[in-house]
Design a protein around this ligand. Structure first.
Ligand SMILES: [Zn+2]
Length: 261
């Protein structure tokens, strides 16, 4: 927002000075005039500003989305990794994730922003943060399982499946399981991975709200932090606040076309 060089500055309002001079180059306006963010400007300055402002393009949008997805994955790994390694559930990482995604998208687009960039940035931040509940949940589920039943594999010999060859270390003696158990079909539950992934994704995406039901206070705090993270991503991918109106052919006099601003 602070370009070096002869870029006209329109941030400061100078309504008091002569109405017919360009607020950028301070020269008298002859012929057509423009309004840049409400400020009077001559044609030369308006064109200069227009040319210097980056133009949105499909390629820039695609690059921004690509970079944003990369940043979302990185943020996801950082968030889930931090919680799993430290055991601390720190919702504030949402802010870093939003920042990371916003910055990456702006980098990918070459500084271009706008509403369609903001929507992607917000969505990526939400997805990256909420789905961390999946690896974190799986980690704690497995951890709880191994802690509660650490010797589940060394159960009765009858429970052994064909995948487990007889243990020769134990003297090669393998009890023949009772007939009933032998004929019992190997009930290895067949996992429908598509359905499983679908369920996990759904639970992950809904986790900020599920958390709200489970522990309202923590859930609310997490949700608020997530919203702040989304807001960071949203603001970082905003478009330039540049509005160039014109050309106007009438001489800017007492009857200014947009004097209300
Ligand atoms: Zn000018």
């Amino acid at each position: 927002m602070s370009p070096t060089g002869p870029t006209p500055q329109f941030s400061t309002a100078e309504y008091a000075s002569a109405a017919e001079t360009c607020k950028s180059c301070k020269q008298a306006i002859s012929g057509n005039y423009y309004r840049i963010n409400g400020m009077l400007a001559c044609q030369r300055c308006a064109e200069q500003v227009r040319q210097q402002s980056p133009r949105d393009s499909h390629a820039a949008y695609v690059r921004a989305i690509t970079m944003g997805i990369g940043a979302a994955i990185l943020g996801f790994i950082l968030f889930a990794g931090f919680v799993i390694i430290t055991g601390i559930s720190l919702g504030y990482i949402s802010l870093a994730v939003g920042y990371l995604i916003g910055k990456a998208m702006k980098m990918g687009s070459g500084g271009i922003g706008g509403r369609r960039y903001q929507i992607i940035a917000a969505a990526l931040t939400y997805v990256a943060v909420s789905t961390t509940a999946i690896p974190i949940g799986i980690y704690y589920f497995n951890k709880g399982k191994t802690e509660h039943a650490p010797t589940a594999q060394s159960g009765s010999a009858g429970a052994k499946t064909q995948q487990h060859p007889p243990d020769d270390e134990q003297g090669g003696i393998v009890d023949n399981p009772p007939l009933e158990q032998q004929n019992f079909p190997q009930t290895k539950p067949k996992i429908n991975y598509v359905a499983l992934i679908g369920t996990l994704a759904w639970v992950g995406l809904a986790s900020p709200f599920l958390e709200l039901q489970q522990s309202p206070l923590n859930g609310l705090l997490g949700l608020v932090i997530l919203l702040v993270g989304i807001r960071i991503a949203w603001q970082l991918t905003a478009g330039p606040k540049l509005e160039i109106l014109g050309p106007f052919q009438d001489k800017p006099g007492s009857a200014l076309p947009s004097a209300a601003t």
